[in-house]
Unconditional design. Structure first.
Length: 175
């Protein structure tokens, strides 16, 4: 792994090129859960919450978006955002603006993270190029597969795991 985790680069690419906010949330959440003691836990959670906020806002769930944006504002620390190659001031201003916008009923707008580390920008551009994506693309407002990702995903493994856990719990009670 280089200066930045691969999952973080993947998150940034999904966030800025595909605008698949559900997928970028999944990418970073998995990394965060696997690295709970890396010193950036709150920042990972804050970035995840921004993606979830954008997902909710784009779907018209203003209350959910405002809640995520507000929570992210509390989680994000200037020094950690800068450690991750982001312009912290710009990001925190955009986040506050989006929170106020959803509270006031203003139309959805994608958040754009300003990358202040050229190495990070290069890695993101390379990842986009490898996938045939364009950094800074606008949200695909008519693509229901991306907009309603949580409704369309295959949850069979999650359901099976929950059923197995419940079966095991019942078996433990009987023994």
């Amino acid at each position: 792994m280089g200066k930045y985790p691969d999952a973080y680069i993947a998150y940034l690419v999904e966030f800025h090129a595909t605008r698949d906010y559900f997928e970028c949330h999944e990418q970073l959440e998995e990394y965060w859960k696997e690295h709970p003691h890396d010193g950036l836990a709150d920042t990972w959670v804050g970035l995840i919450q921004i993606a979830v906020g954008q997902y909710h806002e784009r779907r018209g769930n203003r209350r959910g978006a405002a809640k995520m944006y507000e929570s992210a504002e509390r989680k994000l620390a200037v020094d950690q955002l800068e450690q991750l190659g982001l312009d912290s001031g710009e990001l925190l201003v955009q986040l506050a603006e989006r929170r106020l916008a959803v509270e006031n009923g203003t139309m959805f707008r994608d958040i754009e993270f300003k990358l202040q580390d050229e190495e990070l920008a290069r890695l993101c551009r390379q990842a986009c190029q490898a996938r045939g994506l364009v950094w800074g693309s606008a949200s695909p407002m008519g693509d229901q597969e991306i907009i309603d990702r949580h409704l369309l995903r295959d949850r069979s493994m999650v359901v099976a795991a929950r059923e197995e856990a419940l079966r095991q719990k019942r078996a433990d009670r009987l023994s």
